[in-house]
Design a binder for this molecule. Structure first.
Ligand code: PLP
Length: 389
C-alpha cells in the first residue's frame, strides 16, 4: 500500500482518547478529559428532546438556524456590547473543533505562519501543519503563565497570517489580561494578520473576572473570528455545537470550508442551544461559581498532598508540578501511565500541549466534576502516596 498522509501519520491517537481508554480499563477516576459530571441544564436538554420529537429533523440551513444565529448575536451584545449582524456575521458549526478547522481551511495557504501560544490546545498545530502552514509557538512562562513580550514580537514576521488565541486557556487555566490583549491586537494589526479566537471557556472565569474578547480591541473587529461552544457553556460536551462570529469578509471563506466539512449541524441541538443562550444572568454566574468551588476543592486537596499548583483563573483545568512524585528519568507520559495503574487516577501529561521540547514535570487535572469524583480521586492519590511511603 502507498503511504498515507505523513503529517497525520506522525501523530498518535489524541492523549485524551488514550487516557480515557486507560481510565476505563483500570476503573480509574478520570480527572483527565474535560467533560463535566453535571448533565447540563434540564430546560436546555428538554428543548432538544422536544425538537427531536416534534420538530423538523432534516438538513437545517448551511449557516445554521436563524434562531441560533440570532441568539449568538444577542449573547455577544448582552455580554460584550458587540453589534453583530446575525445574517452576515454568524455561522453555526459542529463544535468548536469544526469551527477551528473551517477557520484554518478558509484563511490559510501553505507557507503562511501561524502564531500559537503554548501550552496550546492539541488540535491547532497538527491541522495547521497538515495545511502546509507553519506554527510559530510562543511559550507562556509557568508558574503564572506570563506572556514573554520579546519572544512574542520576534515570533511575528511578514509571513504571519494568523494568531490563534485561546482565552480562558486550556490547559493552563490562564485568562489573558487586557494589557496582554492590547499587545496581541497591536501585533496582529501591524502585521495585517487574522486572529482566530477560541473562546469556548468564555463563561468559565473565576474571582468575578469578566471575559474580554480580543475582537473588541481596537482594530480587531474586522480581522477576528470568535469561536464559542455550547459544550462548555451548557456542560453538554457530547453535543458538538459551536458558533463563529466574524466580519462578512472573514466569515465568507470560512463558510466555504464549512460547506465541504460538515455542511450543517443537528437542528434539535441548535434549537436547544438558542434557548440556552437566552438564559438569565443567574445561569451563567452559577456555572462559573460552581466551577470555581470545584477548582478550590481540588486545589486544596492537591496542596494537602504537597503538590505545587500553578495559577488557574478559568476553564476546567488546573496544572500541578509532579516532579517530586516522578521517578528518576521518567517523563510526564510514563508518569501518567504509572499513575493510572498504581493509583487509579487519570490526569493528562502537559507535553501533549507543546510542539517540541515540552516541560516534563507538569500534569493537567480536570475539576469539572462532582465533589464525590474529586474526593475519590484525591483519596486514591493519598492512599497511593501512603503506600509509596
Ligand atoms: C480550547 C478548546 N477548544 C476547542 C474545544 C472543542 O470544543 P467542541 O467540543 O465544541 O468541539 C475544546 C474542548 O475541550 C477546548 O478545550
Amino acid at each position: 500500500m502507498r503511504p498515507t498522509n505523513a503529517t497525520l501519520s506522525s501523530y498518535g491517537t489524541t492523549i485524551f482518547e488514550a487516557m480515557s481508554a486507560l481510565a476505563r480499563e483500570h476503573g480509574a477516576v478520570n480527572l483527565g478529559q474535560g467533560f463535566p459530571d453535571d448533565p447540563g441544564p434540564l430546560d436546555v436538554r428538554e428543548a432538544a428532546a422536544e425538537h427531536v420529537l416534534n420538530g423538523h429533523n432534516q438538513y437545517p440551513p448551511m449557516m445554521g438556524l436563524p434562531v441560533l444565529r440570532q441568539a449568538v448575536a444577542a449573547h455577544a451584545k448582552r455580554f460584550y456590547g458587540m453589534e453583530i449582524d446575525w445574517e452576515r456575521e454568524v455561522m453555526v458549526t459542529s463544535g468548536a473543533t469544526e469551527a477551528l478547522l473551517d477557520c484554518f481551511l478558509g484563511l490559510l495557504e501553505a507557507g503562511d505562519e501561524v502564531v500559537l501560544l503554548e501550552p496550546a490546545y492539541d488540535t491547532y498545530a497538527p491541522v495547521v501543519q497538515r495545511l502546509g502552514a507553519i506554527p510559530r509557538a510562543v511559550r507562556l512562562q509557568p508558574p503564572d503563565w506570563s506572556l514573554p513580550r520579546d519572544v512574542l514580537v520576534d515570533a511575528f514576521s511578514p509571513r504571519t497570517k494568523m494568531l490563534v488565541l485561546n482565552s480562558p486557556m486550556n490547559p493552563s487555566g490562564k485568562v489573558f489580561r487586557r494589557e496582554e490583549l492590547e499587545v496581541l491586537a497591536e501585533l496582529v494589526v501591524k502585521h495585517d494578520a487574522y486572529a482566530v479566537c477560541d473562546e469556548v471557556y468564555e463563561h468559565l472565569l473565576f474571582g468575578g473576572a469578566k471575559h474580554v474578547p480580543l475582537m473588541t480591541m481596537p482594530g480587531m473587529r474586522e480581522r477576528t473570528a470568535r469561536i464559542g461552544s455550547a459544550g462548555k457553556t451548557f456542560s453538554v460536551t457530547g453535543w458538538k455545537v459551536g458558533y463563529i462570529t466574524a466580519a462578512p469578509a472573514v466569515l465568507r471563506p470560512i463558510a466555504k470550508a464549512h460547506q465541504y466539512v460538515t455542511f450543517t449541524t443537528a437542528p434539535h441541538l441548535q434549537h436547544a442551544v438558542a434557548h440556552g443562550l437566552a438564559c438569565d444572568e443567574g445561569y451563567f454566574l452559577g456555572l462559573s461559581a460552581t466551577m470555581e468551588r470545584s477548582r478550590d476543592r481540588l486545589a486544596a486537596g492537591l496542596k494537602e498532598l504537597g503538590l505545587p499548583i500553578l495559577a488557574c483563573e478559568g476553564t476546567y483545568f488546573l496544572v500541578a508540578d509532579v516532579a517530586a512524585w516522578m521517578r528518576h528519568g521518567e517523563d510526564d507520559v510514563s508518569f501518567c501511565e504509572r499513575l493510572v495503574a498504581e493509583a487509579g487516577v487519570v490526569v493528562i501529561p502537559m507535553s501533549a500541549f507543546y510542539v517540541q521540547a515540552p516541560p516534563r514535570n507538569l500534569v493537567r487535572f480536570c475539576f469539572c466534576k462532582r465533589d464525590e469524583t474529586l474526593d475519590a480521586g484525591l483519596e486514591r492519590l493519598r492512599a497511593w502516596r501512603a503506600r509509596a511511603g
